[in-house]
Design a binder for this molecule. Structure first.
Ligand SMILES: Cc1ncc(COP(=O)(O)O)c(C=O)c1O
Length: 395
């Protein structure tokens, strides 16, 4: 498997983990060699209900027996995507009542940018330095890391940048701005929370100049930070909310939500303002609906904050200089990128799955399934502490 993976599947890095997956259940992924690995990453914040959650599987099975793909997005009325969009509307503030279902986070970001330009008739999009919104051309254009986009230029124009949490940049938002797009909690940059009412102030500035606020909740959304959506912590409501990852309970999905009035503009002048063949796919929508029901009908969201406290209590070590983040979106920072890499690779050998963040190289990603138990948290943290001790002694 290993050599065929390297030979036939396009690669993204020179040194992939090349973990040979046999099967996965609950909070564990089983290697082909029979070894059980505790999953502290959840497919990079995507497997919100762990692996093979029975409610998600049952919803998929039921839909499989009715129909798979029948028509491009937006033409036929199908139960699962309608119920999903309706349930979202009932859980969100009133102004966020119309959802466009797509295939991935990055497509949802592109849809949100298009919608903001269509609504305002303006072109400028303001993003944050060190943000990550995805890798399609629209989303890639919102990245400030020149080394990552230079080989792929030209990207889309009209994008400028502000610094997250820095209020002096707010005056850059003007009557030429179509939208400001921010991650509610910056992910790749190092799990950085908004401070001093930053999001609220951005929203006020947007309202003053007639620009829209787009919040990317692809990572913090769906319960990961102790609220259904991260923005609920910060007394702000976006004009466009973008979601993905944990929404699908392990299936590929993205979505952007806005007011009916705004969203209507994508169907008119020109009609078909955004087209997707598979967006709103009935099987994926059924999985997402089951996921959303499970998250909102149980204590999972509330428990996230208790689990965060347990992580913070257990993860005390001289090599951990800081624990950042909220709920089960946590990053443990070591003093250097080299130590972080050593920890991640050694933990994998010991049966604990950890991962990196995109831009903050000292960070160890801790984003387990929301369903992880306290015993499993203790089990994983003791492996992590054992490896940290080993590395500490060798320094
Ligand atoms: C905050 C954020 N936005 C957008 C994306 C892109 O989502 P996808 O990989 O589903 O296209 C990601 C993925 O890591 C993300 O974390």
């Amino acid at each position: 498997m290993k050599s065929d993976f390297l030979k036939y599947q396009a690669q993204t890095t020179p040194h992939p983990l090349n973990f040979e997956v046999d099967y996965a259940k609950g909070s564990y992924i089983y290697h082909k060699n029979g070894k059980k690995h505790l999953d502290f990453v959840a497919g990079v914040s995507a497997c919100s209900l762990g692996h093979q959650h029975p409610r998600v599987k049952e919803a998929i099975r039921k839909q499989l027996d009715s129909y798979l793909h029948v028509m491009v997005y937006g033409e036929y009325a199908q139960e699962a995507p309608i119920a999903l969009s309706k349930l979202l509307a009932s859980l969100l503030p009133e102004s966020l009542n119309s959802t466009y279902l797509v295939n991935s986070g990055t497509e949802a970001i592109d849809g949100a940018i298009k919608l903001a330009r269509r609504v305002t008739g303006r072109s400028e999009i303001i993003a944050a330095l060190d943000a990550y919104h995805g890798n399609s051309y629209g989303a890639l254009s919102l990245m400030s890391k020149e080394e990552r986009i230079a080989p792929f230029r030209p990207v889309i124009g009209g994008v400028s940048f502000i610094k997250f949490n820095c209020q002096k940049y707010l005056e850059r938002i003007t009557t030429s701005t179509a939208a400001v797009i921010l991650e509610t909690i910056q992910g790749g940059a190092g799990f950085i929370e908004p401070q001093h009412n930053f999001l609220k102030k951005v929203k006020e500035r947007c309202q003053a100049v007639g620009a829209l606020l787009i919040l990317d909740e692809i990572q913090p959304g769906f319960g990961r930070t102790g609220k259904l959506f991260g923005f609920e912590h910060y007394q702000v409501v976006p004009d466009i909310l973008v979601m993905g990852k944990g929404m699908g309970g392990g299936m590929p999905i993205g979505a952007f939500t806005a007011s009916n009035e705004h969203m209507h503009l994508l169907s008119d002048n020109p009609k078909l303002g955004h087209i997707t063949t598979f967006g709103g796919h009935p099987v994926i929508a059924a999985a997402a609906l089951a996921t959303l029901r499970e998250i909102t009908e149980t204590s999972l969201i509330k428990d996230t904050l208790k689990k965060e406290q347990l992580f913070r209590k257990l993860l005390i070590h001289p090599l951990l200089i800081e624990i950042r983040g909220k709920g089960l979106m946590l990053a443990a920072l070591t003093p250097s990128a080299a130590i972080t890499t050593q920890v991640i690779l050694r933990c994998q050998e010991e049966g604990l799955i950890l991962f990196w963040l995109l831009f903050e190289e000292r960070a160890i990603r801790i984003t387990p399934p929301l369903t992880i138990s306290e015993d499993e948290i203790r089990e994983g943290c003791s492996i992590l502490l054992k490896i940290l001790n080993e590395i500490h002694e060798s320094l």
